[in-house]
Design a protein around this ligand. Structure first.
Ligand SMILES: Cc1ncc(COP(=O)(O)O)c(C=O)c1O
Length: 352
């Protein structure tokens, strides 16, 4: 079976982790500090704090912005439930906005309708590696948490995502673009925000007993993350090559390919298409040895029992994610291509 996701690891990655093991110092130390410096330099944000996951990063970003009981935090309906959990952690009310059908990202016009005097912040994921409309988002005038969990290295108007919001977060989960097993990072140009986050991520040896967490990253994770980050340009290049390959096959089959609006640079964390018979396509591909998936397990509004999210509902029903990662071999790519063609020939591939 060709898996839907897989990390891309090499000897350099293994050596980086082994080097940390040899020092005997495993906890947050110089590798974590180095990883913070590396990512912040790349993205162009002056301050960084590494943490244990993307979810922990979202949680601390919300605390740092002062979101709490009685506040509202806007987030899109079409994203993984980590976003919802983070909002719940600070006891704020999640306000769910619909998405754009073409880009799968949060719909600025729908956000406008849902803003109130209680709106404290907005979480803006750059879904599947495609930047959201940051010009539209910034024009709303509310504090922005950019969620770059799926989009390190993507750009909007030539600038890296993660450099637009008050604060941005990243994830280094095992199958993310930069894999460290688990891990997260917060970036900001506001030193006060990052200082607060550094205080919150570690509870030990403090004079007061204010609520703090153990959200630290280990040096083993950081060393792996740094080694991966050194290869990010090659990773993204390969993702784009594979996406170009899928574009050609699908266009030949008359299937609409993923849209990249002008001034945005997609990194194809996921390659997602909309099909009439998504379930049937996924089943047929699985049968031929290729794991395809619905890219979002369940939209957030459904967890909350809300209705009125017609774009998300339609996209959720039709969206299919095809394997795309740098460690896909030419042989695997060939097999995926053949499976797509075969599924098309048997009527399981119809775009919408
Ligand atoms: C958009 C988005 N935000 C946040 C997260 C949470 O990251 P983590 O799994 O590192 O907690 C994810 C993880 O899948 C994600 O896709």
């Amino acid at each position: 079976m060709i898996p839907h996701s897989r990390p891309t690891l090499d000897e350099e990655d293994r050596q980086a982790v082994l080097n940390v093991l040899q020092t005997g110092r495993l906890v947050q130390g110089e590798q974590v500090a180095g990883f913070e410096a590396d990512l912040s330099a790349m993205i162009g944000a002056s301050h960084a704090a590494a943490v244990s996951s993307g979810t922990a990063a979202l949680h601390l970003a919300l605390i740092a912005l002062g979101a709490g009981d009685g506040d509202e935090v806007i987030c899109p309906s079409y994203v993984c439930s980590a976003v919802l959990h983070a909002v719940r952690c600070v006891k704020a009310a999640p306000v769910i906005a619909d998405i754009e059908r073409d880009t799968f990202n949060i719909d600025v016009q729908d956000v406008k309708k849902r803003m109130t005097a209680k709106t404290k912040a907005i979480i803006v994921p750059h879904l599947f590696g495609l930047p959201a409309d940051m010009a539209g988002i910034l024009s709303l005038g509310i504090p922005v948490i950019e969620d770059c969990a799926q989009a390190p290295g993507s750009r909007f108007r030539g600038r890296f995502t993660g450099s637009f919001g008050r604060i941005s977060i990243f994830s280094f989960y095992a199958t993310k673009v930069i894999a460290a097993g688990e891990g997260g990072m917060l970036l900001s140009s506001d030193s006060g925000l990052i200082e607060k986050i550094r205080d919150l991520r570690d509870y030990d040896e403090r004079d007061d007993d204010a609520l703090r967490y153990n959200y630290k990253m280990t040096d083993m994770q950081a060393a792996l993350g740094r080694s991966q980050l050194r290869k990010i340009d090659g990773f993204i290049k390969r993702r784009r090559e594979i996406a170009g390959h899928y574009d050609l096959i699908l266009q030949k089959a008359g299937i609409p390919i993923p849209v990249t609006p002008p001034e945005r640079e997609h990194i194809y964390y996921r390659y997602v298409i909309l099909l009439d018979q998504a379930e049937m396509f996924i089943e047929a591909m699985n049968q031929s040895g290729v794991a395809c998936r619905r890219p979002v397990f369940k939209p957030l509004h459904r967890y909350l029992g809300l209705s009125g999210y017609s774009v998300t509902d339609d996209v959720w029903k039709r969206a299919v994610s095809i394997p795309i990662y740098p460690s896909l071999t030419e042989r695997e790519l060939f097999d995926i291509t053949e499976s797509i063609k075969k599924t098309g020939d048997s009527g399981g591939l119809r775009g919408c």
